[in-house]
Design a protein around this ligand. Sequence first.
Ligand code: HEM
Length: 496
Amino acid sequence: MDFGSLFSFNTVTVAFVVVLLILLVSRTLQWPANVPPGPSGYPIIGSMPLLRKGNVLETFRKLRAQYGDVFSLKIGPNLNVVINGKEALREAFVKRGEEFSDRPGGFMTENIFHSKGIGFSSGEHWKQTRTFSLSTLRNFGFGKKSLESRVQEEIEAYLKFIEKQEGQPYDMKKITTIAISNIICSITFGNRFEYTDAKFKRLTSLFAENFRLLSVGGALRSFPGVRFLPGDMFNVKKLIQNFADIKSFVFEQIAEHRKTYEEENQRDFVDAFLRQQIKHGEDDPIFEDMNLTTSVMNLFGAGTDTTATIIRWAIIYLIHNKPIQDKLRQEIESVVGTSRLPSLGDKPSMPYYEAFITEVLRMGNIAPLSVPHGALKDIHFRGMIIPKGSLIIQNLDSVMTDPDLFENPDKFQPERFLGKDGQMNGKERTVMAFSLGRRICLGESLARLELFLFLTSLLQRFEFFPESPDKLPSFDATLGLVRASKDYKCCAVKLK
Ligand code: HEM
């Protein structure tokens, strides 16, 4: 036995536990008595086991029934406050958006994203970066006709790839992720990659892996010291390495842009950023390189696995519901026909499609706990105190599955969103898939445009079947940063 390594392992572990205990005791002693109610949990780790095993969403439903719309979980030295239900969510994130719109600090925010970019910054820095990014993306056609042709170009390549499978079982996941990622790529870097490009394939798989590894119950947020433990039991080192690789890909792209930059020929998001950098100086905190790098990483991270995951859920629901698939195809045939690709102008005439995608967003429920917000100072809410430093979790799932808002919430029923006149009945406004308030998803209009064009184009050309009649894709999900379907194969048979 190697006693040297045994000694060093034990020393590190003991030191780790001692530091944790000190942190835990000093932190919890500072919490006031009237923090939101919740289970007391185990020593040191608190309620972490509740988040790491079983169905977290089901656990939250039970905790809400027991403790009310605002409950808390102690996890290591952190207090996690969970806000449930339409009313409490609106009260916090819309009416009191100024207090509830920050991101929590912590290792990820500070060491990986340097508290910069769009998704992980707070306060004035976040407001300015978000405003600049949104207006730049709008200039490049976000939610507008000019973006449509970029998306359609990608769809042509995507459909060709699927056609090549000749109706044989294929895995939707990789190709859909790459196609959606290419759209962000063309907006940020001005170009798309071939589906066979090894570097790009690796980049998308790094993002996908990190989406899976990052979860609300992840060890890194509450116990950042686990990265110093021998081995990589919590996949923390993997996560950090993946982010480092992604960062160097983005650095390379920025360096390339700088070399070929021309003021009068603005190609993409990076160019728009560089133009401001030249104007404001490289030290301006909003236009310096790290803010650009993290913003680009946020756009890729948030804009790829989300939309691609919803498309995969949509195909599962189509395969399980042949009559819905037929009805959608009838609508596409009567509004668009078969001689051209669907376009945004067709959307207002396709309410059944709109109802279908709203139901996929509700039941696919891909961001059931959104992205954590944080209390940067003590917040007084409904007679309780959410102490400074708490993580605030938006339980969007509590709305998506609320039987008072959606009758038989476990049933897939696009019709629930249609009125007697066949038009959308307004209930769609309750589906909070993109979150709510000031931090609402920055890419909602792009995501909706992609979902419309991808799904209508797929259904216009193909009929979807399971891999074999007795092997329907499962509704089971895994919960990382997004709630994703299990991997599955399907057959896309070209329509005559
Ligand atoms: C169906 C697809 C999508 C869903 C369901 C979704 C959902 C969400 C949710 C729940 C949040 C968290 C909001 C919060 O913290 O309160 C978010 C944030 C964000 N999303 Fe999306 N998203 C989707 C697609 C996209 C796309 C295509 C982009 C591309 C640009 C994007 C960019 C972002 C960004 C940058 C943020 C951070 C916003 C901020 O912190 O200010 N998302 N999204």
